[in-house]
Design a protein around this ligand. Sequence first.
Ligand code: GLU
Length: 486
Amino acid sequence: MTPARTRIAPSPTGYVHIGTLRTALYNYFLAKQTGGKYIIRIEDTDRERLVEGSVENLLETMKFLGLEHDEGPVIDKDGVIEEIGEYGPYTQSARLHIYADYVNQLISQGNAYHCFCSKERLTTMREEQQATKQSPKYDRTCLRLSENEVQAKLSTGENSVVRLKIPEGETIFEDAVRGLIKINNSEVDDQVILKADGFPTYHLAVVVDDHLMKITHILRGEEWISSTPKHVLLYKMFGWEAPVFAHLPLLLNPDKSKLSKRQGDVAVEDYLKRGYLPKALINFVSLLGFNPKGDQELYEIEEFTELFDLSKVNKSGAVLNMEKLDWMNNHYLKALSRDELKEVARPFVQANVDNELVLNAIMIERERVSRLDELQEKIGYYLEEPAYDGAILIWKKADAGDAKAQLEGMLKLLQGVEDDALSSIEQIETLIKNYIEANGLSNGNVLWPLRTALSGREKSSSPFELIWALGKTQSLNRIEKGISLL
Ligand code: GLU
């Protein structure tokens, strides 16, 4: 396979959208699978939408996810943005001189023209078109200006933009996901390619950059498919070979509406802040539009890379099922080693994760949470001697006397064993269950008071887990306290 050069071309308008992550992943898979390069280019030509700090945020988020790019802006150790790769600059605002040459080329070829129409005139034109039910398109008033008139206006410094002169005919291109796409050029507007502020519009800049950066495949969201005919026309006008286009399916809410625009639902940073692990997020987002093996749900990034296949990307929209994400995150949380868990949990709990009891509690509770931000609340009763009403110690089929007797039995049993005998949950369970059997007792009579004494709560993890997490001394203290309440 020829090495692919792929890219994402985000605009720095704030947070990283979950759709941008999906686009990034598919581009990453294709590049890595073919031994090619995956590039980040910053498309900052729309100056009104820029949000300070977005580029740093994007780069940090991608790095945190482990999705490193081969070319483009990177943040160095001191937090300063620099660039790697030989096709830079990779930020469009630093490439204005490049676009200017190509705009001039199009004008001299007769493929583009200056337009001096004021905003007011264009608004009136659009209103008239709407009233008469015509499709909203520039009416080419300025195309009728003579060369001398154009030069005269330019020399007096009159405000102008440059528009593409869309030729007659049809534009046809092959989309790797959606197949053959055909559009009558009469439906395409004379797109502005250079704005009055000297910045190119997206359409010109994207084509020039993808060509100069030798991009072989453009994988991007479906919302860009309607712009593609303009791009295909530009490739033709320049006499360049167009890359492969692949438009990825829309992302949908569970009710099949277009994905919610609320930032909390779509910002990758927010998912990470709530304690979804990079692995889970990558697994989940990669499956939005493509599943290499049909019904398998869990994949490592290396497997996606190996099995990625553009021809298997779905055409129909991909629904985000948050329950699945929760399930995946729980799966990946359970797979972490003690040390790994310690590090990922650190920012999410106020207690010190280097403390053995804290980490023990986290080890137990990670089995039952979907996200790391649920841990703090779950580990409270491990860390603090619980205050509770002694009535909860009494099992529904027993009385206070029995509860007390059973707790005393447990106290003796645990006092009599070496610390070593309590070093795994399974060992503790065997020890206690053997005791119950040997003494002809029932689980309920023993385990209920034991568990409630250890946790101080009617609902908690099992007594075996609690003894393991709390350790011998703390467990004995809590049992003694239970006895004193009966
Ligand atoms: N700048 C566009 C964006 O924000 C890039 C679209 C494309 O990939 O061509 O998504």
